[in-house]
Design a protein. Sequence first.
Length: 281
Amino acid sequence: MITTDQIRGPARRARLGQVTAFRARRRGRLDAPGLRPLLPALPEPGPLRDLPEIVTPFVMEARAGTLRAVGQLRSRLLRNERRAIIRIQAESVRVVTQYDVRAEPSPAALARYGEMVGAWRADAEVCRARAVSLTHEANQRLTCYWDAVWLTVQAARAEERRRATEPRRARQRRRHPPGARTPEATGEPAWAEPDAPSYPPFTARPAHWLPGRVTLDATWDDVDAWLLTGGTPAQAPSVHARTPAVARALEILDTQPRRGGPGVPPGNRPRSTAGQGRRAR
């Protein structure tokens, strides 16, 4: 059973630090005046669709730092698991020879090979989870940055619109007949004009607009592809660059039918040996 304390700890550690968030917002407020011409004006009521894709020095810094950390994670995994990769490649040749060349299936050899591949996939998925957490942290920093940029720009425009449409006190001071309720009696300022046009209030940053969003490249979606090229996942391996033995061995491993599954004919399913001892007696 999962308790509440087991959830709150990782949730607190997953938050962005206060100092990091403060620095990102402060950088956004400083960059807002220069980015004002690139941002759209105060929109009409409704969703925003056509928003610019802006790349600032802060965005480039966040992306470069995250990609560098992700690359270090991958290189560290390949360095620590280099012996396992060599063993998998060597065992792949044995599996392909046993199944394709000799045409003699060997469940023991395939089970040993599957254990090595399973250990590799588990370590690679842990590395991938850490890489994903790094991208989420970078996106949190970008969110704080662009929130500050958007609100600073829109607040400045709203203030300018308010000053442009707000009547001056001297010109809007009205004369009231005797006995009429004065603005001071109603609590309104003397210069208030009920028919004055209202300025549109600034809105929060659209959730879908996050320029420079950090994501993992396509090579992280298939960790087995790192085995096909001998541990060089810089790009998706081509057909000619792949190791045929590893690709074929992984195919044999992944296409093996389960015991008693749909891939095994009914007449060839193994019988239960639970009652064989009793019959022998």
